[in-house]
Design a protein around this ligand. Structure first.
Ligand SMILES: Nc1ncnc2c1ncn2[C@@H]1O[C@H](COP(=O)(O)OP(=O)(O)O)[C@@H](O)[C@H]1O
Ligand SMILES: [Mg+2]
Length: 458
């Protein structure tokens, strides 16, 4: 026995059952994909196919032809497959012609919200907030590359060694990111955040426990009262979704300008201008970034500027806009806590290459931003607001904040679901009078700590 095979066997022993089943199915699926490829090559030459017009009759026709070809191949190879397996391979052929190869099924599945392809054998999805591995496999990395081409070529984009990253939007609004070797070491990588045709509403988020009624009443008054808000959280924590929901509180008569890298927001209001940044073209020219769009939006007489996510120097322009009368602006920041949000913003302002001392930057931040809404993704896949915090000013060199609402987690129930509740801290925000001055009514009771939460339970 060679050393290699010895170590392989040893590894096999360490695999738990689930992994073993998983890799067996993947191996099988890979074989079927190879078979499908052979069948595809056989029928492609002598069939009139119009992939644009994938009506069910044409699909049925291809399915029949693929099955025929598969039977022929198996006969020649003297291999046997079950009918189910043959059908599976034939469907792979259909998906190859009319769809996006192996991930077609996932793209069509409304319960899948995210698709992640890490090389040819590791395809993950997010379903109901949870990430799970699928049995889907590509033949090899070249097959993943072909699928990538299929996705981005119609969008007028390309990917190769000289430009190995692409961020784009599919015709249905889904966002796709591609990164290939040599940058992605384990193989071509596809990440698709599917467009929610029917985005979550405030009622949905309340029913999911993302926030409670009092918090939504508070946020509504803040938005209508033109408080500047930053929604912060990690990747996939629900920032954009929450931004979309709280933007729905903006009155219909206001002029809203949204600025995003890939348009995701779906506002119901009519008076909305949607701007999207643009990557450089093939000659490396024509790049328009978020910052350019923020600067331009100031000349468009906006009542509200909504930036999908600030990641870089645009933070400075956004802060300046907020500080010069463009109140009621909302954005999101990738950060793990409310405190982290402040330091990230500071770092982003530094990227603008304006030589500002850090105290001056912090002063800008503390006067521009009134409220931070921190969201988090919990182990059970739920997303919750974990803090709504008011920025109160500066003490020396430090920005001061106080929580208005917090989420108090108590543990997990027997089904692994998070248990806990949202509670007010008892603090009434200092900006309450500004909101009231704009005609918003907020009952004092929503800030009151409920009786049973008092006496040290906070
Ligand atoms: N409050 C929520 N409850 C449950 N699922 C959510 C919630 N908010 C977002 N999601 C889901 O989580 C995924 C990521 O949401 P998104 O708002 O795009 O996150 P982010 O902008 O933080 O990356 C989406 O699939 C979305 O449907
Ligand atoms: Mg987002």
């Amino acid at each position: 026995m060679t050393f290699d095979s010895f170590s392989l066997n040893k590894n096999d022993n360490y695999m738990d059952d689930e992994d073993a089943i998983d890799s067996a199915i993947i191996k099988k699926n890979k074989e079927l994909q190879m078979l499908a490829d052979k069948a595809l090559n056989m029928i492609i030459d002598n069939t009139d196919i119009n992939p644009e017009n994938g009506d069910s009759l044409q699909k049925k026709n291809i399915l029949d032809k693929a099955l025929e070809a598969i039977n022929e191949i198996l006969d020649t190879d003297k291999t046997h497959l079950s009918l189910l397996e043959k059908q599976k391979a034939a469907y792979f052929v259909v998906d190859e012609i009319f769809g996006y190869g192996p991930i077609t099924k996932l793209l069509n599945d409304p319960t899948v919200s995210e698709i992640m392809v890490n090389g040819s054998e590791n395809v993950y999805v997010e379903k109901s907030g949870k990430i799970e591995k699928t049995e889907i496999t590509f033949r090899d990395d070249q097959h993943v590359m072909n699928t990538i081409e299929k996705i981005i070529t119609p969008l007028g984009r390309r990917v190769d060694e000289s430009s190995p990253m692409v961020d784009a939007r599919l015709p249905d609004g889904s966002r796709v990111n591609i990164i290939i070797p040599p940058l992605a070491i384990k193989g071509p990588t596809i990440t698709i955040r599917k467009f929610a045709a029917d985005p979550f509403t405030l009622e949905d988020l309340i029913s999911f426990g993302t926030l409670n009624h009092d918090m939504s009443t508070f946020l509504r008054a803040c938005v209508r009262g033109k408080i500047n808000i930053v929604v912060s959280g990690g990747t996939g924590s629900g920032k954009t979704t929450l931004l979309n929901v709280i933007s729905s509180f903006i009155p219909h008569n206001e002029r809203i300008i949204t600025i995003e890298d890939a348009a995701e927001l779906q506002l119901r209001q009519k008076h909305v201008v949607t701007l999207e940044s643009r990557p450089a073209n093939i000659e490396g020219k024509g790049k328009i970034n978020i910052r350019d769009l923020v600067v331009n939006s100031l000349r468009m007489r906006p009542d509200r500027i909504i930036v999908g996510e600030v990641r870089s120097a645009e933070a400075l322009d956004m802060l300046q806009a907020m500080n010069t009368g463009h109140d009621g602006s909302i954005t999101t920041v990738h950060a793990n806590s409310t405190r982290d949000t402040l330091s990230r913003l500071e770092t982003m302002v530094l990227m603008s290459e304006m030589e500002l001392p850090s105290k001056a930057i912090r002063e800008q931040i503390s006067s521009a931003i009134h409220l931070i809404v921190q969201v988090a993704r919990f182990l059970d896949g739920t997303r919750k607001i974990i803090n709504i915090s008011e920025i109160t000013g500066m003490e020396g060199d430090t920005i001061t904040m106080q929580d208005i609402f917090v989420y108090k987690q108590e543990g997990f129930n027997e089904r692994g679901q998070v248990i806990g509740r949202h509670i007010p801290t008892g603090i009434v925000p200092a900006f309450i009078n500004n909101i009231k001055a704009r005609g918003e009514v907020l009952p004092a009771s929503i800030f009151k700590v409920p009786m049973h939460e008092q006496f040290g339970r906070l």
